[in-house]
Write a protein that binds this ligand. Sequence first.
Ligand SMILES: NC(=O)c1ccc[n+]([C@@H]2O[C@H](COP(=O)([O-])OP(=O)(O)OC[C@H]3O[C@@H](n4cnc5c(N)ncnc54)[C@H](OP(=O)(O)O)[C@@H]3O)[C@@H](O)[C@H]2O)c1
Length: 251
Amino acid sequence: MTTSKLTKKTYLIIGGIGGIGRAMVEQIISNKDNKVFATYYRNVPDIEADNLHWLPMDVSSEESIKQAIDEIKKHSDHIDWVVNCVGLLHTEQSQPEKALRQIETDFFMQNMQVNALAGLLIAKHVKLLLAKSERSNAHPAIFATISARVGSISDNQIGGWYSYRMSKAALNMGMKNLSIEWGRSLKEVCIVVMQPGTVNTQLSAPFQSNVADGHLFSPAYSAECLLEVLSGMSADQTGSFVDWAGESIPW
Ligand SMILES: NC(=O)c1ccc[n+]([C@@H]2O[C@H](COP(=O)([O-])OP(=O)(O)OC[C@H]3O[C@@H](n4cnc5c(N)ncnc54)[C@H](OP(=O)(O)O)[C@@H]3O)[C@@H](O)[C@H]2O)c1
């Protein structure tokens, strides 16, 4: 791509050490004119660059989100793009449900907290930094979250994965709502939820056996496609749910 399009901006990549998030960080820092803040959770970051600043952030804690963003404010008066690459599908203890009898409250609530609520809390705390981005309709500030096609209610053909599907559907509604609110109070910010494709990361690893040949993306390819789609977004497109190729996904 296109990394040439990702120039002279200040980025916040949340979940910058996950599969897709890490690939995004690597691609964006390769342009030295960019400034990148990236967050990590359990794994200690192993990428270093002069234009990269790591911060710890547990998105299930509002205090942790606030602390990381307060730290950014000491180094930058604005953020141009926020991309939230955090997500939860399974844990060491729990797998996504195949049937109703497998629903467990703790796992359900963990999905809702990490996949759905976190996006709103990040938006709440990062709003003032986005407000100071120099932006226009053609070149808006970006607030993007990686969602999932399985969060589409109308696209649901096979069921299962209650906690993940419901949390991504809730994320989508939260971001749609936010696009309406910020369409009034913080114009020229484009809010997007995205399907990254089926990507070869630890999140999808247990579920890759049914993926057709050639349909499992590398994290680098997915990140490149997602960044390309975002770089073409105008503020008018706020409230979009799109895939890695920029195609709209029904809610
Ligand atoms: N891979 C796919 O095929 C696929 C398909 C559709 C949608 N997605 C979505 O794409 C996004 C990126 O996923 P990925 O495939 O790159 O998976 P990944 O490699 O597992 O990355 C997910 C990241 O989320 C972080 N995370 C989990 N809980 C967190 C918390 N409480 N606070 C902060 N960070 C936390 C993980 O950190 P730790 O590793 O330290 O726990 C990890 O870095 C997710 O939203 C996922 O739902 C992926």
